[in-house]
Design a protein around this ligand. Sequence first.
Ligand code: BG6
Length: 487
Amino acid sequence: MAFDLVFFGGTGDLVWRKLMPALLQAFRHGTLPEGGRIIGVGRDALSDAQYRQSIQAKFERVEGDKRPNPEEFARFAELLCYVRMDLSRPADYAALQARLAERETDTVVMYLSTAPTLFTTICEQLAAAGLNTPKTRIVLEKPLGHDLASNRAINAVVGRVFREQQVFRIDHYLGKPAVQNLFALRFGNTLFEPLWRREHIANIQITIAEELGVEKRGGFYEGTGALRDMVQNHALQLLCAIAMEPPINAHADAIRDEKLKVLRALRRWTPETLGQHVVRGQYSTGTVDGQAVPGYRDEGGVNPGSSTETFVALRTEIDNWRWAGVPFYIRTGKRMAAREAHIEVNFRPTPHQIFHAPLGQANKLVIHLQPKDGLELHLFATGQSKRGPGGAGQTLAPVHLDLDFDKRFGSERVGAYERLLLDVLDGRLNLFVRSDEQEEAWRWVEPILQHWSADPAGPRPYHAGTWGPSASSAMIARDGLCWSEEC
Ligand code: BG6
């Protein structure tokens, strides 16, 4: 299959940090379709050869095993070329069109890895230049807007230029192997489905903790914050994968219909819940991995009096038959104590105790996303008791079944961007977000943003290298619960 993959923002960070390494991996794995061309688009005046050199130089900064040797890069580089464009100039789209017209292709992918403020201009200009043909697909990186209105405005323009089937809205969390396995666990096995409901599950906790701070993205992050950067998209997509009903088949719209229903059933905010069930925090100086690190307000590009949140913890519920009354907790933050993303499904305790079980503990399933990728099922068992087998008063000890997917699948594993890029080339929309899902997610987070903008208290400080402000522990403690590292 001959394809042209055009990266708008072709000299930007995402392209060299994530997209080129992902394509190189696919190239190594032999899964990148033959006959492809990767066209970087940027403002700099570069020849194809100079673009190849700049990408090769950037690979030096990529993790060791994702770095090509010179011979391997030389083969990969044959796919790369470059078009200089000022994205606001119609004439420059004609130059792109000329480059694309050089050869016959089956698919042209326009990957918008630019600031989202340029999305509508690019789409309109692509249409004006006749580059929105039926074989064109468009990929939109997050964030898609900064609130519901701006998101709708982008989707409206995109929708005038492309059919929904041509639009691939990326949420790279959906490409993570652990998320594929969550779908496999739920919809490829029977074991958990009867238990996957309010009668058996007491609560669910989603944690996405990062050790990194805002790095060199202070300017971007300052206008974004953790709620828009992580909750509106990644965390809510994980919540949907956990809570959705089984789709009728594995087609994109069947899956997306079910996710949409979850988003629609999320409990609406009230002034009371906004005050009690949402905590925002901002990291101050601290220590991460033994290194002293600056506070958020001292990072480059950040306002010294900033009230941007780098941490959010919240509690919600899903108002439907399956989940009524089950609290869902979401927590995410930068500069936390560890890089750790997992979902904890906490089951209800036994209805009647005949053993001595560890106080306050019950069965739980932990779905690890990163750094580990696997499942842990926590059960109770007993060794030989002094009082004789099976006797009343026997004491139970926690044990767990540990399934390590990295060990099991090893080198077959495909990274999130590699998986998603191959899906775009293949035209598979299953792991991409539909516009109505995205709008519903914005509709749900928007009252939080409005509440914060009217609340002079600002985010609560927490030291870098910790699990966030104490108010986050207090919030979950009010339900008689604790976060996994505290219990
Ligand atoms: C991105 C956010 O979408 O996800 C970043 O913009 C964040 O701020 C990143 O660091 C986290 O992704 P991952 O895959 O490293 O967990």
